[in-house]
Design a binder for this molecule. Structure first.
Ligand code: ZN
Length: 468
């Protein structure tokens, strides 16, 4: 019996960033031991018929706010990680704007301790920086964090704004020396302040966009590109929202700058018009923009210029969101909806792609791309022998009419409620263990990630980007 694999998944359509192949996967000791063709059939102690459905690598959401510690009235790690695995996600990278702020190696360790035993997914952290207090970065090495996260502007739940030229110069230089990427909330604080002084307090989405305009994002991106040119720092710009940012970042990448970028599922889904009825629920930072911006983001999906899509899962309670437009905190939940929204959007916005090609886009943006970007590609991001057996079986035709009762996030609401989304995960496996199976959950034994001690040679492998 010793020649049996721990788990065999057969009769699947295995999805890679550039191909879909019929076959299956054998798992041993939590790793992918074998990828086999449809004509083969190894035996396992446990066997799973994928039923001809798509089989993807476990998805990576490289941008979440799971709110521990300090904001557990909005979310907790158990509910958030349930939402994640129900959405096919097996790995998340958590942002530092918790309370206390995750701005030291010691606080990363403390956060890790709080999460142990409470997570269905594997996890890592972006480390934060407090303005004028950069000394915690002195001991920072590649193995400590996925990236250094900088907020160039702030809001209610992100108060540590790095705006001084001196701070930025120091951080860009240090990150380049240590070969640690920077992730950026790139909106220019001074520009946004200017608009706030001139425009009235917003009372709807359109007037909110007037005080958080595209010019703020464009100014910030051009500012950081100057620093990239000066120091050679590798950056990943988060939640890109406007046509002009895409243009700038694509051009910089083509010119050989070590630059990649993310957008979010909600920016790919909504525009100012379609989000208007949702009011404060779609109050976001950066703001939702117009149809031509959304179209440009889909262009970047089509061309491969986009490296990753994040959920930017940033739950707030309904009570908090019920405040008036000026007061309500920006952000929305979405880790459970990330894959269904992207799949549905691909069907709608890139209909010229075959379904196989659309699934490959998903793998590129939610597995290969973030794994390569954040030095996780030695363990995660693809259905390759030797990597962790993180696997999700997806029914790409099943329709999910989103209702609050289906949601696992503690905040209990979704901007997509009432909408039909097409494509849902059936079974999610993390390091060989079934952590989600049609509504049932597995063990809360997710663990913290290791980062490959990669120089930016891996940069050439950043999937999704034809420019490197
Ligand atoms: Zn965020």
């Amino acid at each position: 019996m010793s020649d049996l694999y721990d788990l065999v998944i057969y009769n699947g359509r295995l999805v890679y960033k550039d191909a879909v192949r019929d076959g299956g996967i054998a798992v041993q000791d939590g790793k992918i031991a074998l990828v086999f063709a449809a004509s083969e059939r190894p035996q396992g102690k446990q066997e799973l018929d994928a039923g001809g459905k798509y089989v993807l690598p476990g998805l990576i959401d490289s941008h979440v706010h799971f709110r521990t510690p300090g904001y557990e009235h909005k979310e907790n790690w158990e509910s958030a990680s349930k939402a994640a695995v129900a959405g096919g996600i097996t790995t998340v990278l958590d942002m530092p704007n918790t309370d206390p702020y995750t701005d030291t190696i010691e606080r990363i360790r403390q956060k890790d301790k709080l999460i142990q035993g409470h997570s269905l997914v594997d996890y890592g952290f972006h480390i934060g920086v407090v303005p004028g207090k950069l000394h915690p970065l002195d001991g920072l090495q590649q193995e400590h964090a996925a990236s250094i996260k900088l907020f160039l502007t702030g809001h209610r739940t992100a108060r540590n704004v790095i705006d001084l030229d001196a701070d930025l110069e120091t951080i860009f230089r240090l990150a380049a020396q240590r070969q640690i990427p920077l992730t950026l909330h790139a909106e220019d604080d001074a520009v946004l302040h200017l608009y706030r002084r001139v425009h009235r307090t917003p009372n709807d989405l359109a007037s909110y966009e007037l005080i958080a305009p595209r010019s703020g994002a464009i100014a910030a991106v051009s500012r950081v590109l100057r620093l990239v040119r000066k120091y050679g720092t590798s950056i990943h710009v988060l939640h890109v929202s406007s046509e002009e940012e895409v243009d700038l970042l694509e051009t910089a990448a083509r010119a050989g700058y070590p630059v990649t970028f993310e957008t979010t599922a909600h920016q790919l889904w909504f525009d100012l018009e379609s989000a208007a009825a949702l009011g404060t629920k779609t109050k976001l930072s950066p703001a939702i923009r117009g149809k031509r911006d959304r179209a440009r983001l889909w262009d970047a999906v089509r061309s491969g210029a986009l490296t990753s899509v994040g959920s930017d899962h940033a739950p707030h309670s309904l009570k908090e969101k019920a405040a008036d437009f000026g007061e309500a905190p920006p952000g929305l939940p979405g880790v459970q909806e990330l894959l269904p929204v992207l799949l549905t959007g691909l069907g709608r916005h890139l209909p010229e792609l075959s379904r196989d090609e659309q699934l490959s886009k998903v793998v590129s943006l939610l597995a290969d791309g973030p794994a390569n970007r954040f030095r996780l590609n030695h363990t995660k991001g693809s259905l390759r022998p030797g990597l962790d057996a993180d696997i999700v079986i997806v029914d790409d035709e099943q329709v999910w009419e989103v209702e609050a009762k289906d949601l696992h996030s503690f905040c209990g609401w979704s901007p997509y409620e009432g909408l039909p989304l097409t494509g849902v995960p059936l079974v999610t496996i993390r390091r060989g263990q079934i952590v989600f199976d049609r509504g049932k959950f597995g063990k809360f034994d997710g663990r913290s990630l290791s980062y490959a001690p990669a120089p930016f040679a891996t940069f050439e492998q950043v999937s999704g980007s034809p420019f490197h």
